[in-house]
Design a protein around this ligand. Structure first.
Ligand SMILES: NC(=O)c1ccc[n+]([C@@H]2O[C@H](COP(=O)([O-])OP(=O)(O)OC[C@H]3O[C@@H](n4cnc5c(N)ncnc54)[C@H](O)[C@@H]3O)[C@@H](O)[C@H]2O)c1
Ligand SMILES: [Fe+2]
Length: 427
């Protein structure tokens, strides 16, 4: 038999999700069906005061499930805020987790569950090279994730992202074991979302779909020596393509309207569905260069304070940090996969026939048009960065080898420097 060195096997992670208006009222029944008696309910301070969270609590009460509330989640979490959440979870003596919030909340619940279930020094499970990248020893406690932003798709992924303060860069913990047992995705949650959050988290969705769709195909990766070494981020593949193409189509049709009008229920629901689809797509394929660069952008924030976010600290919202470099990256990656870049541009609204050597331009122009239409700042300059910051940004991004390896084109330090330089203004 002939053995090729390249990957021939695709692994399909199909997360369990309930989607639709009113779904949040089923959280109590679902928790009870999992046998949960007492859960830690994670949310943030703003959400804790909203009716949506109260609906979830009423449902849990009706099902006889006891709640220990943690509403101290930090927006754009850090290693310190993950640790504090884990301490809460350890002392709360719970048998399961419910998270109600954006990616900040869902990721915090994942980390709390991990460290409360398998206590370890913090670095143990953190991605290498900043952490040890040790495997999670066994299953975690059941976690039901209920997203309230049309954003991260974290309910579908085994990833928890945080800002590693001492290193001034974002990184994460990645393991199939972190994936919530169930996502309850109720578009009603998005009615109270400020426009700026719909815009930033919507571009996170767009970036998940676009990067997964243009990632290095899984068949171009080397086959792992043992099955357990197959990465979560497998590269572009036929299963994630299905989800990503539909997510891009929905965003092209509805993102601008969803940002502009909190009462446009159809547009907000469509973007919420796109967020879940893109989470399925990137949970199976993985993202690449813009996300790798974003972790440096966010980690090196100076004094930017975004409108619409309830944070008492400087921060660049994740979706903003990702999308500012996406046009520059589109130019860079298009030659490696022109057909995919052309289709992505068309799904997002690029009109007319696009030649092979123009697909990067067409996609970059379309991205810039969508960003302008939704109030995203015009590039790194508007977020407070200066050309002198490029070397530090490059180092932060270069450390994200797990993501850069998923790029359709090899990316070195000089490429990253050029891409950052090209992202200071996008129009
Ligand atoms: N785990 C993953 O797979 C994954 C993927 C992408 C991003 N992330 C991470 O997720 C985080 C970002 O999450 P996010 O974009 O969902 O936003 P977020 O959780 O940071 O929340 C943003 C703001 O919106 C508010 N908010 C949330 N829902 C609301 C609602 N329904 N009504 C009113 N206000 C509401 C929050 O209080 C906060 O002020 C980042 O840390 C990012 O790195 C994780
Ligand atoms: Fe993201």
């Amino acid at each position: 038999m002939h053995h090729t060195p390249h990957e021939t096997v695709l692994e399909i992670e199909a997360p369990r999700v309930k989607f639709g208006r009113g779904a949040i009222a089923e959280v109590g029944a679902e928790a009870a069906a999992l046998g949960l008696r007492r859960v830690a309910l994670f949310t943030d301070a703003r959400l804790a005061a909203l009716e949506f969270v109260e609906r979830a609590r009423a449902s849990l009460r009706a099902a006889g499930v006891d709640v220990a509330l943690f509403d101290g989640v930090r927006i754009e979490p850090t290693d310190g805020s993950f640790r504090a959440a884990a301490e809460f979870a350890t002392s709360a003596r719970v048998d399961g987790y419910i998270s109600i919030g954006g990616g900040s909340v869902i990721d915090t619940a994942k980390a709390a569950n991990l460290y409360a279930t398998y206590p370890a020094p913090f670095e143990r499970y953190v991605n290498a090279p900043l952490g040890e990248g040790a495997p999670v020893p066994g299953p975690l406690a059941p976690h039901i994730a209920c997203p309230t932003t049309s954003g991260t798709g974290s309910e579908c992924t085994g990833i928890a992202i945080f800002d590693f303060t001492a290193h001034a860069v974002k990184t994460g913990i990645a393991s199939r074991r972190l994936r919530p047992l169930l996502g309850i995705v109720d578009p009603d949650a998005t009615r109270s979302l400020p426009a700026a959050v719909v815009a930033a988290s919507g571009f996170d969705v767009l970036a998940h779909a676009l990067e997964s769709f243009t990632a290095k195909p899984y068949t171009q990766r080397l086959r792992p020596a043992v099955p357990s070494a197959r990465p979560l981020s497998q590269g572009a593949n036929p299963y994630s393509d299905l989800a990503c193409v539909e997510a891009l189509r929905l965003l092209g049709m509805h993102l601008v309207d969803a940002v502009a009008d909190a009462h446009d229920d159809d547009a907000r629901e469509a973007v919420m569905y796109a967020a879940t689809l893109a989470g399925i797509g990137f949970g199976n394929a993985g993202v690449h260069v813009p996300h790798g660069m974003a972790y440096a952008v966010a980690g090196l924030v100076r004094d930017f304070r975004p409108p619409g976010y309830d944070a008492d600290h400087a921060m660049v919202p994740h979706g903003m940090s990702v999308i500012v470099t996406a046009p520059a990256v589109a130019h860079f990656t298009a030659p490696a996969a022109p057909d995919r870049h052309r289709l992505a541009g068309a799904l997002l609204g690029a009109a007319g026939k696009v030649d092979d050597d123009q697909t990067g331009d067409a996609l970059a122009d379309t991205l810039a048009r969508l960003m302008r239409a939704t109030g995203i700042p015009n590039g790194l300059h508007a977020l407070g960065y200066r050309p002198a910051d490029v070397p530090a940004l490059v180092e932060g991004a270069f450390a994200q080898q797990r993501l850069l390896a998923n790029s359709p084109r090899p990316v070195g330090r000089e490429d990253l420097a050029q891409l950052f330089a090209g992202a200071f203004s996008n129009w």
